[in-house]
Design a protein around this ligand. Structure first.
Ligand SMILES: O=C(O)CCC(=O)C(=O)O
Length: 257
């Protein structure tokens, strides 16, 4: 298999040991500007994601007029050209080099923390959100479209946690959809990122982010990958990561067509 993006073997070894790895500058400055413009169309509703847009921070934050944490599932269903752009292509290349050439995109999502929303993403493992799979290989790529800092909610990971059994998860914040488990910053490592850089993590790696207490957005674009035959199995079981009813649909408010 030929790869557009060649992964350094040192990065691969780091991922295997720690369950996460940083890749710098996965997109260019010009591409970053294009992704930011698209992202803002989702945030301001020019691209209407309908019921795919929810507040992941219900019960965790105190904001009334703005989502505590904005989550938009399947942005590439609303703008399919995203799948042909550099980020999806390069992230797929990296996922295949990390976990195998049978990795395919399972779903994508946007998670934004607006200025001063101060809502944590609780400690969790992604696998706790998913149905149990016989093949547990899964990789998530988290691209920073803004500088991700400790103060605006960069990712934190517990190194090596992907090699241990899943921790017990419960509903976080009472009535929201977020899950949480035991975890603390003292066990973890904060991962500030420059805009245009990304961090990839395994589906079982424990992670969390602080709330955004800064004056600017913390825009993250996430793409998840798993083996193609496991995606087929998920779909057969009716599990599609919030895609239901939106496949192929594109709603643009100012689109007259
Ligand atoms: O962006 C965040 O705060 C959390 C992201 C996350 O949990 C994930 O990508 O799995």
């Amino acid at each position: 298999m030929n790869f557009m993006y060649q992964l350094d073997p040192v990065k691969k070894a780091f991922f295997e040991e720690n369950g996460y790895v940083v890749i710098e500058d996965i997109i260019s400055a010009a591409e970053l500007a294009a992704y930011r413009a698209i992202y803002d169309q989702f945030l301001d509703g020019t691209i209407d994601a309908g019921k795919n847009r929810t507040d992941l921070g219900v019960g965790l934050g105190k904001n009334k007029n703005v989502e505590n944490i904005t989550q938009i599932m399947w942005p590439s269903d609303f703008l399919p050209s995203l799948r042909e752009m550099t980020y999806h292509q390069a992230a797929l290349d990296i996922a295949r080099q990390l976990e195998g050439s049978d990795m395919e995109m399972d779903f994508d999502m946007l998670i934004n923390k607006a200025p001063h929303t101060a809502t944590i993403t609780p400690w969790h493992q992604d696998a706790a959100y998913w149905i149990d799979m016989p093949d547990k290989r899964a990789v998530s790529c988290w691209l920073a479209l803004d500088a991700a800092t400790l103060d605006n909610g960069c990712m934190w990971y517990i190194p090596g946690s992907h090699r241990l059994p899943l921790r017990a998860h419960r509903s976080a914040g009472g009535k929201g959809s977020a899950l949480e488990c035991e975890g603390s910053e003292s066990e973890g490592v904060g991962i500030p990122l420059a805009p245009g850089s990304c961090v990839l993590h395994h589906g079982a790696t424990l992670h969390y982010s602080r709330g955004n207490t800064s004056d600017s957005q913390r825009r993250a674009f996430i793409v998840n990958f798993r083996p193609g035959n496991m995606i087929a199995m998920e779909r057969e079981k009716g599990f599609d990561h919030g895609r239901s009813g939106n496949a192929g649909e594109r709603k643009v408010r100012n689109d007259n067509a």
